[in-house]
Structures are given as structure tokens and as C-alpha cells.
Design a protein around this ligand. Structure first.
Ligand code: DAK
Length: 258
């Protein structure tokens, strides 16, 4: 598929999707979200790809869903179409690891998409927020839920009820982002991190992702049991044998994703 609003690049096990609608600060219109969904399907199906990266531009990761596109929708239309649900959920359903690299604005749906990724690495100019309240709506793609799980009730309420933005430093302190680097170093840091992960065993990366995500869905007891079963199942992989043999033989492992 030829993309107009995103770019897709693949290199050494890493697939990079870049939002490319700078004039609208990467506002997530239908076409952009459709293209994002296609690119994610491509990366999911490509057996050479182990890790995905989602990023935007210097001024914006994405300034939210496209307000101009949705402003005249009626309630029956949003309900009957299950408005903008399908494409958006593809990010959260992506099974391989996916990192968000954020510079500039990550607002509304932009912040929600970043939070659907496994973790966020931020440039120092990053600004996160859920400004929907200023438009007379509330977050619709998990903002009230993922943000609250990430930063706790006080800050989630503060952001969702005032619409204010949080800078990169505050976002790191609050636990929304895993690390902050200078804007100039952002892509280098994100790609270095993705490449490091791409050297691991893919099924094991996917199991680790599934296990961490389970923590948000279940009780501690059930989560620990889920983790234990997955942990035990790693002993059915050749990659566990290779990883431990390599350690014992003082060499680097050569994982085969088997
Ligand atoms: N939609 C459409 N166009 C946008 C936009 C957006 N979200 N954000 C920016 N733009 C456009 C501007 O209209 C402007 O276009 P022109 O006037 O040049 O044609 C261009 O991008 C540059 O923006 P500004 O001139 O405003 O730039 P500034 O630096 O002055 O301000 C800003 C930057 C980010 C503070 C400002 O643009 C802004 O406040 N933007 C809106 C941010 C916002 O409110 N975002 C939340 C949108 S609501 C769901 C899934 C998702 C959602 C809901 C449900 N389901 C799965 C059910 C999500 C909802 C939302 O995200």
C-alpha cells in the first residue's frame, strides 16, 4: 500500500512508522488512522520484524483526533458507525513490542495512541495532555483509563478535568514515560532501544509484553500465576536453551525466535 500520511521504514528487525501530516500537527484523521492500521498489520505479519516504533514530527507526535473531521457528527452517527473505534484499537492489539518516540504535542488521541504503545521515550519538548474537556467532550480512546493507570488518580483528574499539558520532565516523574532525552537524541535513543530488543527472542519478548499487560487486567494472584505459566513455557523454546548456554559459554546468544 502507498502511504500518504505516514511513512513506513524497515531496517534490521525494526519497523518505524512516522506520522507525516505536519501541517495539521499529525491530527489523526480517518485516512491517517487507516494507514496506521495497514502499516501495523504489515509489521505484525512480517517475520523479519521484531519491534515496531511509532513516532511523529518535531512539533507534534500527534495533536489528537481530527477535530475538523468529527465536529459535525451526531450521536446516532458515532454510535452506529462505532465511530473511529476500529482503526484505533489496532495499536493496542499489536502483539509485538512497540515503542512510542514522542517530541512536541501528544494530545488527546495522540496521547492515547502513545499510551497504547508498550512504553514511551520522550524528547525534552514533549507535551502530554487530554484537552478533550476544552472541546466539550471527554477522552474516547482510553485516556481516562490508561492515563490513570500510568500516573494515578490525582494527576489523571488534573489533566482530564483542566485540559492542561504536562511537560516531559513531569511526565517522567509521574511514570508516563520511561525516559527523557534531548530532542536531537530522541530517534537515536529510540532506535538503539528497539535494536537492542530486536536481538532478543521474539516469542519471549511477546510473552513478557503479555505478562506485563496482564497486570492491568487481573488480580495479583492470577497475574503471578499467569506469569509463572508463561515463564515455565519459555523452557519449551530453543531460545531459552540458547540464552542460557550462551551465558555459560561466555558468548552472545544467537536467538532464532524458536
Ligand atoms: N484536529 C484538526 N486540526 C488540528 C488539530 C486537531 N486535533 N490540532 C491542530 N490542528 C491544525 C490546526 O487547526 C492548524 O491548522 P490550520 O489552521 O493551519 O489549517 C494546524 O494544525 C496548526 O495548529 P495551530 O495553528 O493551532 O498550532 P499552535 O502551535 O498554535 O497550537 C496546539 C498547537 C496543539 C496547542 C493546538 O493546535 C491545539 O490545541 N490543537 C488541538 C488539540 C486537541 O484539542 N486535541 C484533542 C482532540 S479530541 C476515539 C479515539 C480518539 C478520540 C476520541 C475517541 N475513539 C476510538 C472512540 C480522540 C479525540 C481527540 O483527540
Amino acid at each position: 500500500m502507498a502511504y500518504e500520511m505516514i511513512e513506513l521504514e524497515k531496517k534490521e528487525g525494526v519497523g518505524v512508522i512516522t506520522f507525516n501530516r505536519p501541517k495539521a500537527l499529525n491530527a489523526l484523521c480517518d485516512q491517517l488512522v487507516d494507514e496506521l492500521g495497514s502499516a501495523l498489520s504489515d509489521l505484525e505479519e512480517d517475520s523479519n520484524i521484531k519491534v515496531a516504533v511509532l513516532t511523529g514530527g518535531e512539533k507534534a507526535f500527534a495533536a489528537g483526533a481530527d477535530i475538523k473531521e468529527m465536529k459535525d457528527k451526531t450521536y446516532p452517527e458515532t454510535y452506529l458507525e462505532d465511530f473511529i473505534t476500529k482503526g484505533w484499537e489496532q495499536v493496542s492489539k499489536f502483539r509485538k513490542p512497540i515503542i512510542a518516540g514522542v517530541q512536541g504535542f501528544a494530545l488527546g488521541g495522540g496521547n492515547e495512541v502513545a499510551m497504547m504503545c508498550d512504553f514511551i521515550i520522550a524528547g525534552e519538548s514533549a507535551k502530554f495532555g487530554q484537552p478533550e474537556i476544552t472541546l466539550g467532550i471527554i477522552p474516547g480512546a482510553g485516556g481516562t483509563q490508561r492515563l490513570t493507570r500510568a500516573v494515578g488518580k490525582a494527576k489523571a483528574m488534573d489533566l482530564c478535568l483542566t485540559g492542561r499539558m504536562m511537560d516531559a520532565e513531569e511526565a517522567e516523574r509521574a511514570g508516563l514515560v520511561s525516559r527523557v532525552v534531548s530532542d536531537d537524541a530522541l530517534m537515536e535513543e529510540v532506535l538503539k532501544t528497539a535494536s537492542k530488543m530486536a536481538k532478543m527472542s521474539l516469542p519471549t519478548l511477546m510473552m513478557a509484553k503479555e505478562a506485563v499487560n496482564k497486570a492491568f487486567e487481573t488480580t495479583l494472584k492470577e497475574g503471578v500465576m499467569f506469569e509463572r505459566r508463561l515463564f515455565q513455557s519459555t523452557f519449551a523454546t530453543q531460545d531459552q536453551k540458547e540464552g542460557m548456554a550462551a551465558f555459560a559459554e561466555k558468548r552472545k546468544p544467537d536467538f532464532q525466535d524458536k
